[in-house]
Write a protein that binds this ligand. Sequence first.
Ligand SMILES: Cc1ncc(COP(=O)(O)O)c(C=O)c1O
Length: 382
Amino acid sequence: MEMTTTVPFTNLAAMAGEVWPTIETRYLSCLLHAGYIGGQPVEEFEREWAAFCGTSHAVGVGNGTDALELTLTALGIGPGDEVVVPANTFIATAAAVVRAGAVPRFADVSEDTLLMTPGTLCGAITPRTRAVIVVHLFGQMADVPALRTVADAAGIALIEDAAQAHGAQWRGQPAGSFGVAACFSFYPGKNLGAFGDAGAVVTSEPALADRVRALANHGRSRGSAHYEHEFVGTNSRLDTLQAIVLSGKLQRLPEWTRRRGELAARYDHQLGELGIRLTATAPSAHHVYHLYVVRVPERDRVQAELGQLGIQTGVHYPVPCHLQPPLRHYAPDRQLLVSERAAGELLSLPLFPHMTFDQVDQVCEALAEVLATPAAHAGRHR
Ligand SMILES: Cc1ncc(COP(=O)(O)O)c(C=O)c1O
């Protein structure tokens, strides 16, 4: 029997439909005049994005993974160096370290927020450590001021991976403005998502911004001729068409974020009453709810049965980074118990700006039903 989706995990088409009338003319003009690389739309978006993040520079790049790798390389981090990353993150955070030629060292996360803490960072620093990548996972910033104190004491750079935290804040200060640099992804499913892959590095250090820009543009320095290359770089630029989309969507982002917060508050209230374990939000954090993550027993069964009831969910992430096959050898004896335990329990519920309160209620009811009657829905389809 065919399953129907009652509540989708997200609805990217609704966001595209809302923004399209505001960007159509500009988008088609760029398309038909063939101005595909660089130009005014990219410069404009970079200015807007830097202002949004409270930094003086933004460099548009091809995606969030490149943003991380380029930042590490621009900081001179490579072979022989170690970089601390949380075990509970998308693989790209650690993969970027490996791609830059350095070694990832994994730190465990807080039992409550599932984010890196000063204690877990401290335990992962060695004499070879050059930097830490702090990940603001699910839309909530980690306690960067406290992490910064540890990083400063150890003499290492702090980089923010803000791929899931567009517009998040810590005591009113925006994600992206705390580290020596911060890296964003504009993958379509992110809170600010392009019509394809895109990313950015933000920083208030002009020399670092120039270095990232040159590395991302075949090693061409500012003002150099097309075939004048100062060093070997790569090709990872923000497409002009994507910059137009991102500028258009950025206008809508505050409203979309506000709506995410309303939906999350409704989940918090209803799921709290059901006694479901929520991910804690620190009092100083302004959460932007890229993902709404709860912890449930028998997660795989719960997810499968919710699916049979038409509720789409996700798991972020089923395997902690240090146990991923290509990364295991970097952490042969490291047990990161909070991340390992959480990986079996995490469940991301639907949450997107065009979701209705009714849909939140349907998810909560379905979850209550599935949790109350173990295995009752096995084999049931709608
Ligand atoms: C925490 C985190 N870091 C890095 C990335 C990599 O970004 P991208 O997919 O744009 O390469 C992502 C998103 O996919 C992410 O969620």
